[in-house]
Design a protein around this ligand. Structure first.
Ligand code: DP6
Length: 327
């Protein structure tokens, strides 16, 4: 038996979103993106390459996944074997502290943790830039989950130039997200398939790529200026443009539920009453509210008219990937 490496990676929520690939094989995005890594949601994954195994064994919360469900992970392990020269199959144990398939970006923390644990267990010693490139091959949003705080993923033009880096970490000003966790239904369409359909069929896609560039520039400036209002405004508009792409695809799709719209309206109402808060949404029904910690109580009280207290999870800026090793 060789060494076991455990990695913990936190999820991130994009403020300027990745929604479309330029190169699906290398996982190069159409545009750069900026996110905030969160402390509350994370994945912890342990990997051991073991020459006694006759296939990869992937356990989610101690349950062995059938081969049909673990194919994407096995393919990623093939890439690690190819890059490291390791030959053995791997045992992978994953604990997800994120509601899966509900738009809280479990693939971001999932593939970041897997990239970290698998590459180290296979004897590679990648720096965080190289690790973010490797995580990208598992899932685009995982590129950013290697780092803490505000992170930018540079779109790049090839494997070497498409990686993430820290924009600001630690964050010494008051910004947080309140996740409104709605019923975790299965997605109508995966993010991978949804974005591919949008690139192919939405007549608005070129406008998205163009406005994303402006959003990136303005978001970088707003983060440097520690300007919550501008960060929130750009993020909210950017999120709605992403969802407008989905509505304009052929065939159209969306990730909203009735409860999603209730949460969006509650945020808009709060803002009309002077509370500085904004929403963003990903490939699922959940709404994430961008706000200052000092406004937590007033926002939670307003949302509790519609949602149970346990559906409202407060998350602060979170850290980058961490490791532990055992022989
Ligand atoms: C809406 O990273 O899940 O969360 O690269 O195909 O695995 P794949 O997609 P994924 O897409 C995430 C999209 C998003 C926006 C974002 O995180 O930037």
């Amino acid at each position: 038996m060789s060494k076991t490496v455990t990695a913990r990676a936190h999820t991130n929520i994009a403020l300027v979103k990745y929604w479309g690939k330029k190169d699906p094989k290398l996982m190069l995005p159409q545009n750069g993106s900026i996110s905030l890594t969160l402390d509350h949601f994370y994945t912890q994954t342990s990997v051991t390459f073991d020459s006694n195994l006759n296939r990869d064994q992937i356990y989610f919360d101690d349950q062995l996944l059938p081969a049909t469900k673990s194919r994407r992970i096995s393919r990623f392990l093939d890439l690690v074997r190819q890059q490291s020269g390791a030959e053995a199959y791997a045992a992978v144990h994953t604990e997800n502290h994120v509601p899966t398939s509900a738009g809280l970006a479990s693939s971001a923390s999932g593939f970041a943790a897997l990239a970290g644990a698998a590459s180290r267990a296979a004897g590679m010693n990648l720096d965080n830039t190289a690790l973010s490139r490797l995580a990208r091959r598992g899932s685009g949003s995982a590129t950013r989950s290697i780092f803490g705080g505000f992170v930018e993923w540079h779109a790049g033009h090839d494997d070497a130039s498409s990686y993430a880096e820290v924009l600001q970490d630690p964050i010494d000003w008051d910004i947080q997200m309140i996740a409104v966790v709605l019923k975790a239904t299965r997605k109508p369409i995966s993010s991978t398939a949804g974005m591919a359909r949008v690139v192919k069929t939405s007549p608005y896609y070129p406008a998205w790529v163009k406005t994303a560039k402006t959003d990136l520039k303005r978001m970088r400036r707003a983060i440097t200026a520690k300007d919550l209002t501008t960060v929130g405004q750009i993020a909210e508009t950017n999120a709605m443009r992403m969802h407008a792409l989905n509505l304009s695809a052929q065939p159209a799709f969306n990730y909203f539920t009735a409860a999603t719209l209730t949460a969006i309206n509650a945020v808009t109402d709060l803002r009309a009453h002077g509370v500085n808060c904004y929403y963003t949404l990903d490939a699922g029904p959940n709404v994430k509210i961008i706000c200052a910690g000092k406004d937590t109580d007033v926002i939670k009280t307003a949302l509790q008219r519609h949602f149970a207290p346990e559906q409202l999870i407060v998350a602060k800026p979170g850290p980058g990937i961490t490791f532990t090793e055992t022989e």
